[in-house]
Write a protein of this length. Structure first.
Length: 223
């Protein structure tokens, strides 16, 4: 098959980051993470725009930084996984004009109420930063069975109260989901119309991995 340019879409708390790392290991492809690029850039323009609440300027600068990261590899030549970019239709257009439009899109779908419950239970190890979960999410009607995910990092620190700042309250979580729905969800319709979107309904956490592997195996069979 030709080089795979795989975009991962999913609301905050859908497990996109965790699934993305496992997909990257299986496919032996680099992950181009917008969040990692932004954090590593130290770009003063980006920091100033964010502090001033200039949302449009921030989006343009993130686009510039991500495309710079892709350019040295001659966009799309070896394949890659995109995580966190594009977030908007405008960024999708910029990526397409640069020659890096995704050849396939995996959309990890979850019910909003399940996401809220999951994020309220998410904790972060203060020592290594890995995530775990102290709350189970269950819904017999929809077949949702996500038991708590224990801390597996091996760090001795006990920090069951240590949450990410954006998980601190239900209000913060719902605002993040609102922003996702407004800005990013239209990408689902966009890539669906292009025929490259595949939606996976995540109901069992890591036990849903066979669904992902099945879709990836099908992609690898494509010419």
């Amino acid at each position: 098959m030709s080089a795979l340019r795989l975009l991962l879409l999913g609301a905050p708390g859908s497990g996109k980051g965790t699934y993305g790392k496992l997909v990257a290991e299986r496919l032996h492809l680099p992950v181009i993470s917008a969040g990692d690029i932004v954090r590593a850039s130290g770009d003063a323009r980006l920091q100033a725009a964010a502090a001033a609440g200039q949302v449009g300027e921030v989006a343009e600068l993130v686009t510039e930084l991500v495309l710079q990261e892709l350019a040295p590899a001659e966009i799309g030549a070896g394949g890659y996984i995109l995580d966190g970019f594009p977030r908007t239709l405008s960024q999708a257009g910029a990526l397409q004009r640069a020659g890096g439009a995704p050849t396939s899109v995996l959309h990890f779908a979850m019910d909003e109420e399940h996401i809220v419950a999951k994020l309220l239970g998410r904790r972060v190890c203060a020592e290594c930063g890995s995530s775990y979960n102290v709350v189970g999410v269950f819904d017999d009607a929809l077949g949702v069975d996500m038991p708590p995910m224990p801390k597996r990092c091996g760090c001795a620190t006990r920090d069951d109260g240590n949450r990410r700042a954006d998980d601190e309250s239900e209000g913060l979580i719902r605002e993040r989901l609102r922003v996702y729905s407004t800005e990013t969800a239209p990408l689902i319709e966009h890539y669906g119309a292009l025929g490259v979107l595949q939606t996976l309904h995540m109901r069992k956490g890591l036990r849903d991995l066979p669904l992902i592997w099945k879709r990836l195996d099908a992609l690898e069979q494509e010419p």
